[in-house]
Design a protein around this ligand. Structure first.
Ligand code: ZN
Length: 460
């Protein structure tokens, strides 16, 4: 879209958001929900009708508290702000984006106050992405991660590896990636693998889950770990109950749970010794020139380096959650008004220096790196860390139940893990809240202990 079309598109987005809001808050819809709630259809609280009505009621009640004017204004401002963010980032000039950031957080504040909250304003935002999660529980979780991970990062701090120039021809990368996706259980009859500008996974409908990937000629791992991440999302979507498509019962329970599936395959499977005992000989054959002289352990060492950096999406597994922690703290300040947009670049740099020991030299590698706030996604970042927390707990439980998984991976066997996840997570859709689902599957409520233990064992 040409730049000149942005303003009109923003008006269209606002109108559409308003129409959708009107439909979703129609009093007649509320009456119909009440009729079902009073009927015997919901006698079994774990049955599909009860689950669906519970979830639709939650959305209806939230939506009803937000005035149409605010819905339209948020849609318009985020459409314009996203464009301003692109421009500011390209020119590396935060001041171009600063007034938009103020407006977005002012609108979010209005939304939170309209929706209401029991504890703090931020609760109202998190609730939209991770129902049932609270700021208080997130704060405790991040505090534990910070106190355990910062010393681990300090102990492992290493200079970034010198870039070894190796060539990985793109057609061979695509063939290798396709072979791995099939081995992990991605159903090509119900999905596609294509090229995209950014890695993504999107579910069009039952039997149509699409992954977009980007490949790099001199960096095999970047494209490959993108694949593993998106396959994790895809296996969840492909494992949902098709007969309930279009209703909460046939939909993922939360963003955190979705991310747990991607992070589990990306990190806990894809960085494991067993996984590469199986795939490394094939990788060496496919990229003989690049890898024939690199032993398995050397390759694994490169995959699992820990080095604090500035960019979240390039962060290693150990430092990643500290990047999220910083965003969690800063966005709470912006939402409450304790932190002004104008002061964000300095606050960002200071927080990075204190936690990771690195500070950005410019806005592009600092507070302009993520698109989330420009799109109005406030309260979204913590779901990344919740994903890592859930993933570690689920993996530990699966290993106990059907493991040792590392041995299975070494034999090229991924079915038992996939089926365990299907049985304990995927098929349930939104039947249980995320925390309850974790507890049923693993025997413990969400807790960062398994993640810390896992990282300490593998890296410490
Ligand atoms: Zn993801």
């Amino acid at each position: 879209m040409p730049h000149g079309g942005v303003a009109h598109r923003a008006d269209q987005m606002a109108l559409l958001a308003g129409i959708v809001h009107d439909r979703g808050t129609d009093p007649r819809y509320g009456e119909l929900l009440s009729v079902i709630e009073a009927s015997s259809l919901v006698a079994d609280p774990e049955g599909a009708p009860a689950v669906n009505v519970r979830e639709l009621r939650r959305e209806f009640d939230r939506e009803r508290k937000i005035p149409r004017r605010l819905v339209e204004e948020s849609a318009r401002v985020t459409a314009l702000a996203s464009q301003a963010w692109v421009e500011a980032r390209k020119r590396n000039e935060f001041p171009l984006f600063e007034p938009w950031l103020d407006r977005i957080f002012a609108l979010a504040r209005e939304e939170a106050d309209a929706v209401g909250y029991a504890g703090t304003r931020y609760d109202a935002m998190v609730e939209d992405y991770e129902p049932g999660m609270t700021t208080e529980r997130l704060s405790a979780l991040f505090a534990r991660l910070e106190s355990d991970l910062v010393p681990l990062v300090d102990a492992l701090r290493s200079e970034p590896a010198p870039v070894v120039a190796r060539e990985y021809p793109l057609p061979r990368q695509r063939a290798f990636v396709k072979m791995v996706a099939a081995a992990l259980g991605f159903d090509f009859d119900g999905g596609r693998l294509d090229i995209g500008q950014h890695p993504f996974c999107t579910s069009i409908g039952p039997g149509d889950v699409r992954i977009g990937l980007r490949y790099y000629r001199r960096d095999f791992t970047r494209g490959f770990f993108g694949l593993l991440h998106e396959v994790g999302h895809a296996l969840y979507d492909q494992g949902l109950d098709r007969t309930h498509f279009g209703t909460p019962m046939g939909d993922a329970v939360s963003l955190g749970m979705h991310e747990s599936q991607s992070r589990l395959w990306e990190n806990l499977v894809g960085r494991s010794h067993g996984f590469w005992r199986h795939f490394y000989p094939q990788l060496q054959t496919a990229f003989h020139d690049a890898l024939h002289s690199v032993p398995l352990d050397g390759f694994l060492g490169e995959l699992n380096r820990v080095a604090p950096g500035l960019i979240r999406v390039h962060a290693d597994e150990v430092t990643y959650n500290l990047h999220v922690l910083i965003r969690f703290e800063l966005e709470r300040g912006l939402l409450d008004g304790d932190l002004r947009a104008a002061d964000l670049p300095a606050a960002w740099a200071e927080r990075y220096r204190r936690t990771l020991g690195v500070a950005p030299k410019n806005d592009r590698t600092g507070c302009l790196q993520d698109v989330h706030w420009a799109e109005g996604l406030i309260g979204y970042f913590p779901t990344y860390t919740l994903g890592n927390v859930y993933a570690a707990q689920l993996f530990e439980a699966a290993d106990r139940a059907v493991g040792p998984l590392d041995e299975a991976f070494a034999a090229g066997e991924f079915r038992s893990l996939r089926e365990w996840l299907g049985e304990h997570v995927h098929r349930h859709g939104s039947r249980y809240a995320a925390a309850a689902l974790v507890e049923r599957a693993t025997g413990s409520a969400p807790d960062p202990g398994a993640l810390v233990k896992n990282l300490t064992r593998r890296y410490g």
